[in-house]
Each structure stands twice: as C-alpha cells, then as structure tokens.
Write a protein of this length. Sequence first.
Length: 218
Amino acid sequence: MLRAVESALYNPLMSRRFRGYLPVVVDVETGGFDAQRDALLEVAAVTLRLDEQDRLLPAESFMEHVLPFEGANLDPKALEFTGIDPWHPLRLAKPEKEALSALFAPIRAAVKASGCKRAILVGHNAFFDLAFLNAAVARCEYKRNPFHPFSTFDTVTLAGMAYGQTVLAKAVKAAGLEWDPAQAHGALYDAQMTAELFCRVINQWQELGAPRPWAEAD
C-alpha cells in the first residue's frame, strides 16, 4: 500500500470543486452489521484528485487490517462472507486506534495538499462505512478524524441515477469498467472500484456539458 502522500498529485482547484471538501472513498469489512457491537476488521481509503483537464481520478490508496476491539461481536456468517480470519497472524492487524492513526495521517496530508478543509466520505452505501468509522473513532476517543461526521457522497444513489444499477458489481459493469469477483469483498478492492465508479459518474456528467462554476475565476 502507498503510505506517503505525493503532494504533486493534488490540484489545489479541488478545494473549490466540492465546497472545500476532498472526496475520499472508504470501504470497510466488518464482523456484522451493527457498528456499535460488531468488529471493524478492514478499512481502506482512496483519495481523489483533479487532472489538468479537471477530470476526477483516483490518487492514492491506503489500507489497514484491524484487530477486533475488546468484547467485539464476530458474526460467523459475516466472516464466511468476507473470508476474513480476524486472528490470522499474517494479517498483521493493528489495534483500532493504531490503525485509525495510520490511515488518517495520509488522508489529512492529502486534504492539506489539495487545499481542502476536510475530507468527505464517498462510499457504496456510505452510511454503513461512516457508521463503523465513527464508532471506532468514538471508542478510541480519536481527536484528529479528517472526515465530516455525517455528510457523504453515496455511489448507490449516483449509480442508480446514471446507470439504473445499485449493486456495486452491476454498477461497475454498467459504467463500462471491469469487475473481478475473486477480489470482491476485500476493503481495498471494493474501495478502488467504488472510486473508479464515482469518478466515472462525475466525469461523464461534466462531459455532458454540466455547468462548472467551481472552475471559474472569482
């Protein structure tokens, strides 16, 4: 995984594109559906950038394997679905606070490099990812969370609007992208494909001649 932020990737115009927010795509893999009770097991993030033609593109990818917090619930059906063994030594998993610190540091750096004031979470069913992220932040009393606490961009809504599909795999294919089912349900792969999907929708909208007041000089 990439750890050091490449500042040259980030166009300061991004600070105007989404009202001062840097979109960061997040995907989590968990031990169930309850953000308060079930374990956070994997969390991945993909920062986004603007190129010279103002097209939105994935920039850098970051991922952490996470140890279940003390007393966390681990639903066997969820573990079977993801294929994650929470205690496997080769996961090199970290305690929640350490994992959050490692993940958030480069995101904060990307926010600064792009001239933005905060990150905004992009997710497929974004409420789910944000709920688990916020629950982990609260458990750890983590003070430097770069994400907006409740605002998100949701690719379920965007893909439903643009392609008539809400399932990630089907939306990715409808957008003309490749989907590898063998890699699905891993946080890094799902985050990267969600990032590609989000960028495709935004760029196609722009190519249709949508207004671009954010790109105009003050």
